[in-house]
Ligand binder design. Structure first.
Ligand SMILES: CCCCCCCC/C=C\CCCC(=O)SCCNC(=O)CCNC(=O)[C@H](O)C(C)(C)COP(=O)(O)OP(=O)(O)OC[C@H]1O[C@@H](n2cnc3c(N)ncnc32)[C@H](O)[C@@H]1OP(=O)(O)O
Ligand SMILES: Cc1cc2nc3c(=O)[nH]c(=O)nc-3n(C[C@H](O)[C@H](O)[C@H](O)COP(=O)(O)OP(=O)(O)OC[C@H]3O[C@@H](n4cnc5c(N)ncnc54)[C@H](O)[C@@H]3O)c2cc1C
Length: 676
């Protein structure tokens, strides 16, 4: 049987413009997929899973999702996710989170579903914070999906500042229970995905109170609905928070407690505890209860890189079949992908997708190391990884939003149609700027770490700096960019270091002038977030270079070197003003970077379609095949866009009747009245 999307497979019947693109590729997309996904086996597994899903009709959308109401969307996503549940053990390794993520994104798309958070936000905190006994009680049931769960932390009044969460869990010595209570409207849990209508359990974050002392946010396992009737348990108010910008196949919800009692054993107590007599046993790190958030953030670079890659696959393929305007040859209009402006719009974003995915895999590995260390009681890596993931989460979500929006614009009018599916991808991805820590808030977390590091360097203690920030103590030696990537890294290090130092010095000066620490911090906050972004972008560049260095296959290494050079020049150009300001970069160097960038665009051009083909998204995943009711048509692998756009329009419910009630009830009477 032929795989649905082998690259070098040139298929009869595909749009010849796309076929032509695939023939110019200088590398094999299967080999590239191995680099993107980490190994031959992992890339092959993805193809096998996509192939298997495409053969199960009940896993396909039964109708084009953009034409559905919210209730219908939830019903449809629930139908698919439960059907998928039946097939899962046969299709994927149930312990492999990447396979689970991939298959859900194939089947569900981007609209979310009532189990969306069960595997990513309910089970992980239970694993991380739950004791063996608690795993015994809930983990198996959760994994088998006997119970459905969510993660209820954010409240109506507080999301960013979790120390001020108002939901309380008060320990009752007499009954050895925790009493969960929502004292005000503001204290209602608000936002948790899958809470509104689907979950019957929640990991609830509440302020732990023992003998009137507040011990801060802690995690509790709470059953919120009856397992038989699915009715909320007495003492619980729960519901959906209404439609959102996107992700409307998921039921984000609210939750309130009226002195709702849970057993003492429901405090997730692997790292901390409340003993029978109310004695509090501290965790080994003050912020241990936040570990689950580090985990989610550590996965966001790869996730967001994949979102952007999906939008770019649609936009690049479409740009190779869309012909409009002329260059030299006036007898045939050009593919819009041949315009330099189009390339400048799309190719740097392709480079960023690769960069984020490579960076993401490193970050996930770092988290796994942290997790192993935490399990053996060593929490020394937490601060570094908290700082790193705070920055990465913020930079990649923002730049992914930019990249997807450019992809949409690059598709002209058809990009604005829901037939492109890009708006749905955008809506899902851009939520990442807010969820899991609002971006500015998280950049300021990284800034705390950078300021401390600069202070160490200033105090002449560079030896105390971790490897991630060692450059803050490096001397400034001018670099010749012609010598290659290392020189770019040094230039970036200078820029990042200078901004961190400037922001720290400004902060110190403010305090010396008598301004309080908090106020001084706020007065420097914009400069501090700039330092955080630069530091993070430097880190992403370094991971890209490391990955390319490690590649052995020459054809892959060559094209990825082109992509990396594009990334280096694009990133450096974007921040050049910082280095021009102090004369570290000359205007000649600036000209050099621009020329390198333009020449990188030309080098990438013949490989552009194959670079996005290499992500190996199936048409199902991109919602790109109308015939199977998968409705998105712009990014189809076969490139037959126009006839499918027409089919898409014909399938609109509005076109199922010639004269709508809006006409008979309102427009016609209006026109008749005007005639009188
Ligand atoms: C196709 C498939 C589609 C799938 C799509 C997926 C959809 C998923 C959708 C949604 C999921 C979203 C889930 C959520 O959003 S859950 C809620 C997340 N909420 C947050 O992230 C809240 C953010 N706020 C915080 O994390 C904290 O409030 C804080 C900003 C970190 C501040 O905390 P706190 O006030 O306690 O701390 P301080 O600022 O005073 O800092 C004190 C020191 O502690 C250090 N610190 C803070 N956090 C950590 C940590 N996690 N680990 C280690 N150390 C930490 C901090 O650095 C300070 O150190 P210092 O040395 O400077 O004193
Ligand atoms: C799609 C989606 C899914 C979500 N899923 C979940 C979930 O499953 N479970 C859950 O518990 N939560 C969930 N959330 C909630 C989410 O985690 C919070 O919305 C997020 O952490 C931001 O908090 P906030 O809403 O309080 O923003 P706010 O903090 O109110 O942000 C408003 C503005 O204030 C600024 N600001 C706030 N504090 C500071 C500061 N200290 N310094 C400078 N500026 C500041 C921010 O930068 C922002 O510009 C979800 C949210 C979304 C959008």
């Amino acid at each position: 049987m032929t795989m649905v999307f082998l690259n070098k497979e040139i298929r009869d019947g595909d749009n010849p413009d796309l076929t032509e693109e695939r023939k110019t590729a200088t590398f094999d997309t299967n080999k590239m997929a191995e680099v993107i996904y980490g190994s031959e086996k992992l890339a092959r597994r993805r193809r096998e899973i996509s192939q298997a899903v495409s053969l199960i009709p009940e896993l396909a959308d039964s109708k084009p999702l953009p034409f559905l109401s919210r209730n219908e969307k939830i019903l449809e996503s629930t139908r698919k996710v439960t059907a998928l549940n039946e097939h899962l053990p046969r299709l994927i390794n149930m312990n492999d989170e990447d396979e689970a993520w991939h298959i859900h994104s194939e089947v569900i798309g981007f609209e979310g579903n009532p189990l969306a958070l069960h595997h990513s936000l309910f089970i992980p905190p239970l694993v991380i914070q739950g004791s063996d006994e608690q795993h015994e009680k809930w983990l198996g049931r959760a994994k088998r999906r006997e119970i459905i769960g969510c993660y209820a932390q954010t409240e109506l009044g507080h999301g960013s500042n979790i120390r001020k969460l108002e939901t309380t869990a008060t320990y009752s010595l007499s009954t050895q229970e925790f009493i969960l209570h929502t004292p005000t409207i503001n204290a209602l849990k608000w936002w948790p995905g899958a809470l509104g209508k689907s979950s019957n359990h929640a990991v609830v974050v509440a302020s732990l109170i023992i003998k009137e002392q507040n011990y801060g946010p802690h995690l509790f396992m709470v059953q919120i609905r009856d397992e038989q009737s699915h009715e909320p348990l007495p003492g619980i108010a729960v519901g959906d928070i209404g439609p959102k910008m996107a992700f409307n196949g998921a039921d984000n919800g609210f939750l309130g407690f009226n002195n709702f009692r849970i057993p003492r054993g429901n405090l997730l107590n692997r790292h901390c505890n409340v003993e029978v007599d109310g004695t509090y046993v501290r965790p080994p790190h003050d912020k241990m209860n936040y570990a689950g958030m580090i985990r989610v953030r550590s996965r966001m670079a790869a996730e967001q890189g994949t979102f952007m890659a999906q939008a770019l696959t649609i936009a690049v393929r479409y740009s190779a079949v869309r012909r409009q305007g002329f260059l030299e040859n006036k007898s045939q209009e050009v593919k819009v992908l041949d315009y330099q402006t189009q390339q400048h719009r799309l190719f740097p974003a392709i480079a960023r997708s690769y960069a984020f995915i490579f960076c993401g895999f490193e970050t996930i590995q770092k988290y796994e190391t942290l997790q192993n260390e935490m399990n053996s009681g060593n929490v020394s890596l937490m601060a570094d990884l908290h700082a790193l993931t705070s920055g990465i989460k913020s930079v990649v979500t923002y730049q992914t939003g930019e990249g997807i929006e450019q992809a949409r614009m690059a598709c002209g009018g058809h990009g604005y149609s829901m037939a492109s599916y890009i708006s749905e991808i955008y809506g899902c991805a851009i939520g990442g700027c807010t969820y899991e820590g609002e971006n500015m808030v998280m950049l300021l977390q990284l800034a705390r770490y950078l300021v401390k590091s600069v202070e160490l360097a200033m105090r002449g203690k560079p030896g105390d700096l971790g490897p991630m920030v060692a450059y803050l103590a490096y001397p400034d030696i001018k670099v010749d960019l012609v010598t290659g990537p290392e020189a770019y890294v040094k230039m970036f290090q200078h820029i990042s270091k200078r901004q961190s130092i400037k922001a720290t010095e400004k902060f110190h000066r403010k305090m010396e002038s008598g301004v309080s620490r908090d106020e001084a911090w706020n007065q420097c906050a914009v400069e501090l977030t700039r330092a955080s972004r630069l530091h993070t972008r430097l880190y992403i560049i370094e991971t890209f270079i490391r990955r390319v260095d490690s590649i052995e296959d020459l054809s892959i290494k060559m094209v990825l070197t082109d992509l990396m050079n594009l990334h280096l020049n694009y990133e450096l150009l974007d921040v050049a003003s910082y280095a021009l300001e102090d004369g570290f970069m000359s205007s000649t160097q600036m000209g050099f970077i621009k020329n390198q960038l333009y020449s990188s665009l030309e080098k990438i051009r013949p490989n552009a379609v194959s670079l996005v083909d290499s992500f190996q998204f199936s048409d199902l995943q991109l919602r790109s095949n109308l015939l199977n009711f998968l409705f998105q048509v712009l990014g189809r692998r076969d490139g037959h866009v126009y006839q499918n756009l027409f089919e898409w329009a014909k399938s609109s419910p509005l076109n199922q009747t010639e004269v709508l009630p809006s006409v008979t009830q309102y427009l016609k009477p209006m026109m008749e009245k005007a005639k009188l």
